[in-house]
Design a protein around this ligand. Sequence first.
Ligand code: PMP
Length: 392
Amino acid sequence: ELRSWQAALRRQFPIIVANPGLAYLDSAATAQKPQPVLDAAWAYLNSENANASRGSYTWGNRTTERIERARMRVRAFLDDPDPSRSGVHFVSGATEGLRTVARDWLTGYLRDGDEIIIPYADHSANMLPWLEAVQLLDRQGIRVIVHEMPYDSAQEYDVARLARLVTDRTRFIATTQVHHVYGGDMNVHRLRRVAGPGVVICVDAAQSAGHLPISVRDLDADFVVFSGHKAMALPGTGVVWAANRQGPVFTPGGWAGTPNTSGIVSLAAALDWLDAAGTTRIARWTVALGARLTDGLRRLPSYEVLGCQDSLPAASAVQQRHGIITFRHHRIGSNDLGFVLADAGFLVRADDHCQGERGERTTSVRVSLHVYNTAEEIDRLLSLLAELDTQA
Ligand code: PMP
C-alpha cells in the first residue's frame, strides 16, 4: 500500500522521471519539485505577475493576497495554535532565516550578563549567526555568556546536562530538529520542560520540514526556521515563523523590499502538496529506506556509518534516520568515493557538510532521501558499495 502511494507520488517529479538512470540522493541540500509546485509558479508568472502591495491594479492586490495566503499556509503546516499572534517572515533559506532572527531580534533582546545556549555540532548556519550577534553586542559593551549545547553519545542533546546549564540568566536556546549529518531526530520537544517557560527556543527545521510532521504546539517553540527549497518549493525560499510571545519580532522595514513572489507562491503549493501526500507517511517511507541502507552498510566491513551504534538495530527508535545516512569507507577517501558514485549515477554529497565547530572533521559521504527515492535505488547503491568493499 505504501509502495503504490509512493509510486504515484514519484511520477509527479519531472526531473526524476526524465532521468531513470540517476538516483538523486542529495535532498538534504535541496529537494526536487513536483509538477504541481512548478505549475503553480508558472501559472502565477504567466497570469498575474506583479509586485506585492504596489499600485491599484488587480495583479498587485492578488499578489499581496497570495503572500498572505502563503503565510496562513505556513501556519497551518506548522500546526500553529494561534495564527493571529504569530509572524511569518519570508527569507531565502534557513541560513538567512537564522541570521535574521540573530540580527533583527536577538541583538535587541539580550541584556548585559544574559546567557545563551547554542549548538556547536549542528549546521554552522545555526552557530555562526548567534556568535556574530554576541560579538556585535560585545562591541556595544553588552557581555553575553555563550554556552555550548551538550550532546550525548548518540549525538542527541543531553537533556540532563542541559538542565544544569540553564540559570535564571538563560534567555535563548538554539536547536536543530533533525541533524543534517546523522539524520536523527534531536527530540527538541523535550527542551521546553528543561528550559522553563521564559527561555526563547529557536528550532532549525531545515532537515525536518517536509520530512515529518512539525507541530509548534508540541515543540512549544518561539521561532521555527526552514528552507522552502528543501521542502520542494523553488530555490531562494525560506521561512521564519515566530510565535510572537516575546514581543515585536522584526525591525520595521521588513516589508520594504520586493518579496520573492513566485517563490512564495511555489512554497504555498509545496506545503499543499506535502500535506496532501502526508508527512507522517513520508517519514515512514524515508525512515524505512534509511534503515535499509544502514543495515546494508553495516554488513560491509569497510564502511562506517556515522553516529551509528552498532549494538542497536538500524530500525530502532533511537537510531531512526529521517532520510539522512552519512558514511565513510575505511580506505577510499570520501571525495573519491563521491566521484565514483556520481559516475555510476548516484548523486550524493561528499565533503564535511558545513558542520559547526565541534562537528566531524573528516569528510564523509551523505545520502539524503525524500519521498521520490526507492528501495531499488538503495539496493543498487548497496551493490556498488559492496563491490568497492571487496576490491579495496
Ligand atoms: N540548517 C541545516 C540543519 C541545514 O541542513 C541547512 C542546509 N544544508 C541549513 C541550515 C542552511 O539552509 P540553506 O542552505 O537553505 O540556507
